[in-house]
Design a binder for this molecule. Structure first.
Ligand code: SF4
Length: 253
């Protein structure tokens, strides 16, 4: 029988690792020096290099502990980061940002705290499920050491965790080299005619995993740069003239 969060001593949500900056927000360990190479595919490498040089290092994910990354990854489903920040602020003020403390909260209280993130009842259920899973598996140590693909499948079995949430958790909370695919990624890769934007999630993830340089910092920056470009320029109507990336021929003509 597997352990439950009630059986475990301490609170693994408080653990810090070399991936966490003890003086503040979580930052990738390899982010101290500028990145020079992003991908083995020359066109993808050029695109990411242009975004990186134009926007600068994004240094995701802004959070004080890996568990806070996990909470943020669930809360950000179908809502803006601004709304997530409000919910995280409520949880932080109530000192609920560890899995044991979050699970100790009443259902009504947890729903009230995360109300700003939208669909709060569903998200409260998902947060409880992922918190219990995190504790049952033994916390961050397991997430950092377990074989990646088996761990990913295990995480995908948690209620409310889809591939984008799972890869966000594994990349940014656990420091694993897995590519996050979101709507911005699809749009940017599609507009630059690098990959089919309508391809299934796992096909695009595999395409990226085969091409991104095997560096944790590259995987972290890759998704962060796609989000930044999507927020600032690569909107439904592309703003290529002010984007650091070179305008694709299809949009320039
Ligand atoms: S806005 Fe234009 S140049 Fe920038 S990433 Fe999108 S398609 Fe590329």
């Amino acid at each position: 029988m597997s352990a439950t969060w009630r059986d475990l001593p301490g609170d693994p949500g408080l653990e810090r690792t070399s991936l966490a900056n003890e003086n503040g927000p979580y930052v990738g360990a390899e982010q101290r020096t500028a990145l020079r190479r992003f991908a083995t595919d020359p066109a993808l490498d050029r695109l990411l290099g242009e975004l990186y040089r134009g926007f600068g290092p994004q240094r995701w994910w802004p959070a004080e502990t890996p568990f806070e990354v996990i909470v943020g990854a669930v809360l950000t489903q179908n809502t803006s980061w601004r709304n997530v920040e409000l919910a995280l602020g409520e949880l932080r003020r109530a000192r609920r940002l560890t899995p044991a403390r979050l699970l100790a909260d009443s259902e009504a209280a947890l729903e009230r705290r995360i109300r700003s993130s939208g669909t709060f009842r569903a998200k409260a259920t998902r947060l409880r499920a992922v918190s219990a899973w995190y504790l049952e598996r033994g916390g961050l140590r397991h997430l950092r050491k377990a074989p990646l693909e088996a761990l990913r499948q295990d995480l995908l079995g948690v209620h409310g965790v889809g591939p984008e949430t799972a890869d966000s958790i594994l990349c940014y909370a656990a420091g694993r080299r897995t590519a996050v695919v979101d709507a911005y990624t699809r749009r940017i890769l599609g507009r630059h005619e690098l990959a089919d934007p309508t391809a299934p999630y796992d096909a695009l993830r595999t395409w990226l995993m085969e091409r991104l340089v095997r560096s944790q910092a590259v995987f972290e920056e890759f998704h962060a740069l796609c989000v930044r470009a999507g927020y600032d320029n690569c909107k439904p109507l592309a703003r290529c003239t002010t984007c650091p990336a070179r305008t694709p021929a299809a949009l320039a003509s």
